[in-house]
Design a protein around this ligand. Sequence first.
Ligand SMILES: *Cc1c(COP(=O)(O)O)cnc(C)c1O
Length: 474
Amino acid sequence: MRNDLNTVLRRVADYAAQYRAASPQRPHRPALSYTEMRERFAAPLPQKGAELSSLVDDLVQLAEPGLGAMTGPRFYGWVIGGTHEAGMAADWLTSTWGQNAGNQVASPAAAAAEEIAGRWLLELLDLPREASVGFVTGATVANFTGLAAARGEVLRRAGWDCNADGLFGAPKVTVLIGEEAHSTIFPALRFLGLGERRIVSIEADAEGRMRAAAFADAMRKVEGPAIAILQAGHINSGAFDPFEEIIPLAREHGAWTHVDGAFGLWARAGKTTRHLAKGIELADSWGTDGHKWLQTPHDSGFVIVRDQNAHRQAMSMTASYLPPSEMERNPADYVPELSRRARGFATWAMIRALGEEGIAQMVDRHCALARRLADNLAEEPGIAILNEVVLNQVAVQFGEDLDAEAADRINRAVIARIQEDAECFVGGALWRGRQIMRVSVINAATGEADIDRSAEAMRHAYRAIRQAGTARAI
Ligand SMILES: *Cc1c(COP(=O)(O)O)cnc(C)c1O
């Protein structure tokens, strides 16, 4: 039995190393569609168990054609980190050890690694050192958790205990949020009983940044408890809300300020980007991802709350009225779940692998690469860059010389062509009412040669589509 396990795990390790080594050469798109993959996986419920070695082989054989090239250095879809080898290795160990990270008595190692990694995060992101950190699945849940702390605290200040009385009959909480906030914030608010009519949407400028004057006007009109949600890193433009202006305004009115910084919070860790997130440290809570810029494997996000007590009152399973104690930090007191993966190991490993300097260099490099790509594409007649490339995101429009409808059609066709050619992977988005191609440079493996090769593939796809279009028109 042991020998068998040894053989299988070695095979998995060999396969993993080969898969990783081949990632740069692999076509940067899944070979089969979801429908095809469903047929591939379709099978009756297994009646008898299978041998470990054969099921591992089966899984590889079945899954491989339907894998997205997310570990590839020319993958720019959505905003997705590359799952760095160091994080991957730590993740294997995490599964090997089978730790339930919910409490520190059961797994002192998991709790300690998490606590230390949490402190490192506060230093890297230069946030208040007294803040508490919860290890969650991603920014969606990080934002949810930060906003739960916010809701409890603003109601407490208004004389309402929502842990005891819930929201029925509670003072109405107003949520101020930029009109270009990320879509995942809205379900987070819904889970918290803060429905659409509680939300005041604040006008944004062309880059998607909240207008401070519009915020000030809206804030003035608010009566009662309020939460302001700001954004670091707009999904299309990479832009940052004006924290230095907005946070003090919110504070004056006693509002809690939460920042969604899923990837943008990492601008704090770069040397060339730090200024973009100035004033962000004034907020009350922050949500960010490990699996985007920090390159951990997936299911990794962090919620950071300045007031530990507010954090624990929102999330603690047992004694919500206990004062926080440094020595007694129970991982479950800062997140919605009890039993969970020991996420601290992969985070610890990534920070240990890259170091503060390596992380700064990676963030700076990705931003320089995004500008390099934008400059390259802008040289091609008919291609426009729609955003100020301040971070790692590039919003591209093909066919800028055409009317809106034709340009939108061309953009969809070019994206489909780029995906089909599979030299690199990009996705589309609707922004300012127009179809765009969105590029996110956020994989640690991406280098200059990848960027130049991708720009060439994008320009090639664009020319091919324009020529085909012209031929059809004639
Ligand atoms: C990705 C993202 C989220 C959601 O993060 P998940 O890790 O997918 O849960 C929220 N806000 C912004 C700005 C994002 O880019």
